[in-house]
Design a protein around this ligand. Structure first.
Ligand code: GLU
Length: 445
């Protein structure tokens, strides 16, 4: 066998690659609006004045506790050896073990994973889950890998980050382009290395090996639950509401089905393959079946295909960005028609876009609340794994709905009391909890 050593992707620096720096592909976005980490730092600047005495500790939030960069070499099917770059960042563990997903994407960088891990800290604290925040990623396009190559990337990456993850240390889960199958390989690899089966090391596993009922749908379900709560505040009925969704993966597709069940009209869907539009409403189930067959929404026959950029002009009532970061920016925020934006993705809206949307009176339910359904059911899964007693789906969905409604109500109240956006309110609640824990634990030595 001929074996040569190649690098499929260059080592990335701390800055995003050109494709993430200019996600719209239209015109130049300044770096403070295109880097997820810079966005996060600006969000911390906005919450800092509300932290009172705890602001003594605020610098904690501006630095990840621990960041690991790993080389992930694998045998490719054609005999080459390929090297991929992997990351695991534990942003904060003051309130409990690190918790957050792992994404496989060709644009992943260390600074992006830092931002995603920090948003997990805020999210877990805002939901009052007993976790810190962490995130991982591998800079790879999984669509270019065979099943065997994908398994080898997953297993080698897991083994490399095995020195910092664990059921009491840091618990990965699915994120962009990862799923239950990838979690099964991660759980197995970690367990084989440890010498005993450790179901609680990852969440989002298949049900047969300690996964939780309802986990796959949890993020999309949570989006639907908070959208319903926010719509009530606006006097907007979900029935007949027009919904536009960016991203039709695990989050966007499940949310679409739930909106459709509630008699809303899915008028536009965009994914990496195309943008489809039908003002009379798209059948969510039919679109899901189309995506399963064709790998994307492009070519769906019961809708018209529109230009990528025209997605932002679509007449709609609720917009659900459920893809990647920095999608709603100063370049398109002025054009959005929705009354309500519910962030299924992490970090889809830049602070500059937040200001424009606030001025236009468009309500934004921020990611750290809107997409927290996934990690909430991850928490239920972790608890079930430790107690070795599994709940039924009805119970899980009821607890999820209750948790999301309560979190939304308390954030809404803080926003009203302090006269701030829902994002700043969620950050006030989350960051206060993190820094209270930090201050109580004190510095060592
Ligand atoms: N990746 C999801 C998120 O961004 C879920 C994380 C988890 O379940 O740990 O919230």
């Amino acid at each position: 066998m001929r074996v040569s050593s190649v690098s499929l992707h260059g080592i990335s620096n701390a800055h995003p690659s050109p494709s993430t720096a200019n996600p719209s592909g239209l015109s130049y976005l300044p770096s403070h609006e295109s880097s997820a980490w810079d966005m996060y730092l600006q969000q911390i600047d906005r919450v800092a004045p509300f932290l009172g005495d705890l602001s003594l500790w605020v610098e904690t939030l501006r630095r990840p506790k621990r960041a690991l960069v790993v080389d992930v070499p694998i045998h490719m099917d054609d005999g080459r050896i390929a090297h991929f770059e992997g990351f695991r960042v534990q942003h904060n563990t003051s309130r409990g073990p690190g918790k957050g997903g792992v994404r496989f994407h060709q644009d992943v960088t260390l600074s992006e994973v830092m931002a995603l891990s920090a948003w997990m800290s805020v999210k877990n604290a805002a939901l009052n889950l007993p976790f810190g925040g962490a995130k991982g990623g591998v800079r790879v396009d999984p669509r270019l890998l065979s099943d065997g190559e994908l398994e080898r990337v997953t297993r080698r990456y897991t083994s490399e980050i095995g020195i910092i993850i664990g059921p009491h240390n840091d618990i990965p889960a699915p994120d962009v382009n990862t799923n239950a199958r990838v979690m099964a390989w991660m759980m197995d690899t970690y367990s084989v290395n440890q010498g005993s089966t450790s179901t609680g090391v990852v969440t989002g596993k298949p049900i047969a090996i300690g996964g939780s009922l309802g986990r796959r749908e949890a993020t999309g379900r949570g989006v639907f639950v908070v959208a319903t709560e926010a719509a009530k505040k606006l006097g907007l009925a979900i029935a007949n509401a027009r919904i536009a969704i960016q991203g039709f993966g695990n989050v966007g597709s499940v949310a679409a089905e739930l909106f459709a069940q509630a008699d809303a009209h899915i008028v536009a869907v965009q994914d990496h393959k195309g943008t489809v539009y039908n003002p009379a409403g798209i059948n969510a189930k039919a679109l899901i079946a189309h995506v399963e067959r064709h790998g994307g929404v492009f070519g769906f026959k019961d809708a018209q295909s529109i230009d990528k950029d025209a997605f932002w002009d679509v007449p709609c009532d609720i917009l659900v960005p459920a893809a990647l970061e920095t999608q709603i920016t100063s370049l398109n925020a002025q054009r959005i028609q929705a009354r309500l934006i519910v962030e299924g993705a992490n970090g889809p809206t830049t602070p500059q876009a937040d200001d424009i949307l606030a001025e236009r009176n468009i309500l934004v339910v921020p990611d750290v609340i809107a997409n927290a359904g996934g990690v909430t059911v991850s928490y239920f899964e972790w608890v079930q794994d430790f107690s070795s007693f599994f709940w039924n789906e009805e119970e899980i969905n009821a607890r999820l709905t209750q948790t999301m409604q309560a979190a939304f109500a308390s954030i809404w109240q803080v926003a009203k009391d302090k006269q701030v956006s829902l994002r700043t309110a969620a950050f006030i609640v989350g960051c206060t909890r993190i820094l209270q824990a930090r201050a109580l634990r004190g510095l060592y030595p």
